[in-house]
Every structure is written in C-alpha cells, then in structure tokens.
Design a protein around this ligand. Structure first.
Ligand code: HEC
Ligand code: HEC
Length: 368
C-alpha cells in the first residue's frame, strides 16, 4: 500500500468525525471516530451507519405504495367476498372484454378482405395481388393446422415406409392437376386414386397359367378381369421402371410392354403411360414416384393396387374437407391459393387462343 492511499483513508475518517460532531448525540458512538451507528458490531469492527435514505427514494416508496392500493382497487385483485359475489375492482376490467376489444380491432382490418373473398372464385383471388398477399398469410395458419401433418410444412410431403404418405405440393408434378380450380377441387372434395389389385385368385391363377402355356397369343388375349400372373407382373413392372428412365422402347422390356398394352393399364395410365389427371393415375414416365419406386415396390403396387380394398393395398386418401365441415368454403379457397403459390401452380390456358403464327415456329428448345 502506498502512502498516498493511507493518507486518503485518513482524510475520509476525518470527514466522518466531522459529520458526527455536527449531528445528533447518539449513545452508540464509535469510540474510534464518533460516527453514529446502529450499535451492532460484527466481526469486531463492522458497524452500520444510521444515515437516512435519500429523499427521492422515500418519495418513490410512498408513490409505489399508493400505486399498489389504486391498482388493487381498480382491477380485480384478491377476490374479497362482497354481497353475494366478490370484489371485482372498480374499473370493471375483465380479460374477456380486453380480448374482444382486440379481436374487434383485428376483425375490422380483416373484415374488408374477408367480405371480398366470400364472393370470389379462387382464380379471381389469384388475379388480385393485394388479396393474394393477404390470403397467403392467413393460408399459412390454415395449412399448418389442417394439412401439414400429412403434406409437411410448406408442402414438402411426408414419407412412410411405402413411399410418400402424402404427395409433395410444392413441385409442378400433379396427380390431379395444378390449375387453381384442380387444386380447389382436390381440397374441397378430397381425392382417392383407385387402382385395382392385379393378383389373381388361386382358381384364376390355374386358368391363367394354362393360358400362358398355350403361348404368347393366349396370354395376351386373356381376360384381364382374371388378373396377371406373377410372371406378367414381373415383366410389366420392369417395363414401368424402364418407362421412367425413358427406355420404354428397349427390346429387353418388349414383353412387359405387351402386357401393359394388352391388360387394363392403358385404360387408366394411357397408351403412353403419362397418366390421366381426371382420375389421378400417376404419370409413369417420370422419375417421381408416389410410392416405393424400386422394382420390388412397383411390383407390390401392381400386385395389390391402391385403395383397392385388398388388405395389402397401398392407401392414399386425401380427406374431404367440405364433408368433414372443418373448413369453410372461404378457407378452402384461401388454401387453394396458398398451395398454388408454393410455386407449382399452373396457369389456366389463356381464354383467347394466341393468334396463329404466320411463319412456321422454330423448333422448340426442349426444356427439362
Ligand atoms: C390424412 C392426410 C391428409 C391431409 C390431412 C391432407 N391431405 Fe391432401 N392429400 C393426401 C393424400 C394421401 C393425397 C393423394 C391422394 C391420392 O394419391 O389419390 C392428397 C392429395 C392432395 C392434393 C392433390 C395433389 C396432386 O398431386 O394433385 C392437394 C392439392 C392436397 N392434397 C391439398 C391438401 C390441403 C390443402 C390439405 C389441408 C386442408 C390437405 N391436403 C390435407 C393426404 C392428406
Ligand atoms: C383403374 C385405373 C388403374 C388401372 C387399371 C391401373 N392403374 Fe396404376 N394407378 C392408378 C392410380 C389412380 C394410381 C395412383 C394412385 C395414387 O397415387 O393415389 C396408380 C399408380 C400406379 C403406380 C404407382 C406410381 C407411383 O408413382 O408410385 C404404378 C407403378 C402403376 N399404377 C402401374 C400400373 C400398371 C402396370 C397397371 C396395369 C397392370 C396399372 N397401373 C393399372 C390407376 C390405375
């Protein structure tokens, strides 16, 4: 310790002594310096001064005491019993009233949008930027509550061991169509693609294998209502896999192609295998698989079908939200616009056909 500090401490003590001399005569005086203390001494020489707290602090204390009483009287505080009820505060405040006032404010803002939406088609909403922005925001909550458990946040899809549990909604691949009205119909009416099982019963199998022995012609001409033999399922699945890789015409899968064309597949998936959106029959020519897209997975789909009633069938049910009464028509319109705006929505064909080009169009650049 330096001399300096010592002398500073000495000065401080002098000041205390000075103050004590000018102040009251307290019986508890520190013999050492005469400073007024409370008289308690700890650890040999620690004592409390009796200085008053500052004035501003005392005023603050009094003000907060008054504040507590006023607050306590104004708001329902402690439920003191009064005649046949309890003290509810003189201000008449309740949490419900406050919430309703807030809600009124929000409704006033929303009201003008909601009133407009009621009378509009989803396509008209989409054409109005202001409304679309509004709908995207309220659609987010509706989607999170009703759709995300199956379709995933932002429509990324969810998977189970059979493949996609519910389809991806934020891409431009659609089972039932990506136009705004198609999306609206998917949500309002629900969807349930049906593909029958193709495995024959035991009796039918005997019949089919007999036909197969008669040769290719017999197998082709068989009554498809009987189903397909395991061999036919195997070759047609290989054909479907090849289709998805753009190799549908390769000679290795010619047998499968024959089965595809001669059985019921074309009725639903089309001659070209591209599917039909009216019935949600998947496009088989792309690499986007709704269910397990391995050879085994494809064989399974063909064997047991989708929503076919077979106990082993794949299940794909988009619930009917109108019937369930869970969503209003306006809610469904909002959701249609919200889903459309994930980015995969497809524009309606223009109402007026574009003028016929005078010169032959340049060969189109093939887009991915
Ligand atoms: C119980 C799970 C489930 C819930 C909940 C659900 N979906 Fe679906 N959704 C499906 C399934 C499964 C399909 C596919 C049906 C099929 O394959 O035939 C589907 C299909 C769709 C399609 C058609 C997709 C296409 O490719 O054409 C749209 C659009 C859609 N859902 C939107 C919604 C919206 C919006 C909600 C919320 C209101 C919702 N879904 C709630 C399971 C669900
Ligand atoms: C009655 C109409 C119908 C017939 C007949 C039919 N399908 Fe389908 N198929 C569908 C529908 C609908 C789906 C999509 C189911 C869904 O996602 O809800 C589907 C899905 C599939 C899938 C799964 C696609 C994916 O993305 O996972 C394969 C593979 C398939 N079909 C192959 C065939 C083959 C091969 C045949 C002929 C042996 C056939 N289908 C006959 C309606 C049919």
């Amino acid at each position: 310790m330096s001399d300096n500090q010592n002398s500073a401490g000495g000065k401080e003590r002098e000041q205390h002594i000075h103050r004590a001399e000018g102040g009251s005569r307290n019986p508890y005086q520190n013999p050492d310096g005469g400073v007024t203390t409370t008289g308690h001494v700890w650890d040999d020489d620690l004592a409390d001064f009796t200085n008053q707290p500052p004035k501003w602090w005392m005023l603050g204390l009094a003000a907060s005491a008054i504040w507590v009483v006023v607050y306590w009287l104004y708001y329902p505080s402690i439920p003191v019993p009064t005649s046949n009820t309890f003290f509810k505060g003189v201000g008449g405040w309740t949490a419900i009233k406050e919430m309703e006032a807030d809600k009124g404010e929000v409704d006033a803002v929303r009201g003008k949008y909601e009133a407009k939406l009621k009378g509009m088609t989803p396509a008209a909403i989409l054409a109005d930027n202001d409304l679309t922005e509004y709908v995207k925001r309220s659609g987010k909550v509706l989607f999170g509550d009703n759709c995300a458990p199956c379709h995933g946040t932002n429509g990324v899809g969810t998977k189970d061991k059979e493949g996609l549990f519910a389809p991806v909604l934020n891409d431009d691949d659609w089972l039932y169509g990506g136009k705004i009205d198609d999306i609206y119909t998917s949500i309002s009416g629900g969807r349930q693609g049906i593909m029958l099982a193709h495995h024959p019963s035991e009796r039918e199998l005997i019949e089919l294998e007999h036909l197969e022995k008669l040769g290719q012609a017999g197998a082709e001409a068989h009554n498809i209502a009987l189903g397909l033999t395991p061999h036919q399922i195997d070759v047609v699945a290989k054909y479907v896999l090849a289709l998805s890789e753009g190799k549908g015409d390769s000679p290795e899968v010619a047998a499968g192609k024959l089965v595809f064309i001669n059985s019921d597949c074309v009725g639903c998936h089309g001659q070209d295998g591209k599917g039909m959106q009216a019935m949600g029959s998947a496009n088989l020519t792309d690499k986007i698989w709704r269910f397990d897209g391995s050879l085994e997975g494809i064989k399974y789909t063909i064997t047991y079908g989708v929503n076919s009633g077979d106990p082993k069938a794949r299940v794909a049910v988009m619930p009917n939200f109108t019937e369930a009464g869970k969503l209003s028509d306006t809610d469904i319109k909002k959701l249609a616009v919200y889903v459309y705006k994930f980015g995969g929505g497809q524009a309606d064909a223009p109402a007026v056909p574009p003028p016929v080009a005078a010169a032959p169009a340049a060969p189109a650049v093939k887009k991915k």
